[in-house]
Design a protein around this ligand. Sequence first.
Ligand code: ASP
Length: 552
Amino acid sequence: MYRTNNCGVLRLKDVGKNVIMSGWIKKIRNLGSIIFIDLRDLYGITQLNLINYFNNKKKINNLGREFVIKVEGQVIERFSKNFKNPTGEIEILVKKLKILNNSLVPPFKIENNTDGNEDIRMKYRYLDIRRDIIKNNIILRNNIYIEIRNFFLKENFLEIETPILINPTTDGARNFYVPYRKKKGFFYSLSQSPQLFKQLLMIGGIDKYFQIVKCFRDEDFRSDRQPEFTQIDCEMSFVDENDILNIFEKFIHFLLKKIKGINLNKFPILTYEEAINKYGSDKPDIRFDMKLFELNDFSNKQEYIMGISLPVCFNYKIIEEILFFFKKKKIKQLIWIKYLKKEKFKSSIEININLMKNWAKSLNSKCGDLLIILLGEKNIIVKNLGLFRIKMSKRLNLIKNKIFSPLWIINFPYFKWNKKKSCYNSLHHPFTSPEIIDLKFLKENPEKIKSKSYDLVINGKEIGGGSIRINNSKIQKIIFNHLGFSKKKIEKEFGFLIKSFKYGAPPHGGIAFGLDRLISVFAYKENIRDFIAFPKGQDGKDLMIESPSKRE
Ligand code: ASP
């Protein structure tokens, strides 16, 4: 027998019991007359008192950090208690100690405040997982899986697996390819998402589907991206956009309540256009206000004018910082105005006082604010002021960390012009339904066409996105054509889908949530790698198993 109790359960009420415990040596404290060991397992840390080994130093000297040991002994009350540790009022008076396995000296400290950099921790991920921080993230992930399944079970969704080895599609992200052994030159590709299969499930009459599924995209590396990542993928039949927003808002409310004990109000909904105009981003962080405002009303200038008001102490250092930020973004026309007190301003160039008063009013500025005003091309200004807004929110500590500010973004444009390739791309994906009445703009002004898509954003991160789908082969073909897909490509890559629409495809729609990102947002963290047991490191490499590797 290895244990009667784990290292996290014993308390004062257990004093007197004889116990057997196993675990790892976290720390040995040799105080001369007495030796203590902190014994660690998944469940906690229990102090071992080795006073009985006072005359058996040899045995003690053989022990080291991360050795696996088994002890037998009696629970006793501790002389000096540690109230920070749940087991900190007791210790085990060890009578028998057995080494179950030795350990090399670990290459970094297995503690929350470790001295190991990320590369070394990735190389020895199994040691990293022993640290509370990573272990607790893995437990959090497990708890979230359970609640996800509880929710979808309650709502009568069916959990269905879809294939990973599928055919490549040539739009969207880059594919990972897998050679087909039986025929040279033939490849599978790894599924980027179950998109078409979940639609086919709806055509198959499944009604409500979900899956916690691995997806594979060969994209550039970022701290919130992984080449293989997990989605909570969902699809429903006989629904419109409101049905989808309602059920999945309920889902997020449910998770937040179960996991964090938090009740949220109804999520605000912004159109894409509103989000861009107010926040300069289609994934706005609304934990703080500091909106952008258009200022053209008071000027006869041809250029677009937009500003933001910052609650910041004025000094030339910050002005320099701001100028540098916009210089890097190649913004040429910037005006700053310091709102000193009522009717008193100081500005980078001479400006009519009434104009400054009007601007300050439009920007909701308060005395003491610094007004930053940009002039130029609308798209560039809005985008960069959006980035600036986020940068300044961090600089000015405006973000209250432990809050959740979700919102829905709806009414995205359908098409986006791809300058590099001189063609249109779909902003979401080409299976998304356009607003049918907008199709009249297809020839003259396709950028005016809106899609029936929606994103869920929490704290400035895109957590989920989806759409009502096309279920009509003619409309699907119109969209493919407009995206410049050749007849051959349509037939080869999507022929089966178009055919399926001809066999009674119900109206349907869905959404997919990025699970890794969702968990990191729940934990108020940025880096999704800490929430994946075995993530890929920089450049998509796994330093532990040294993958990818050369094929011999
Ligand atoms: N399959 C889509 C994606 O991965 C999400 C959806 O439209 O449901 O982004």
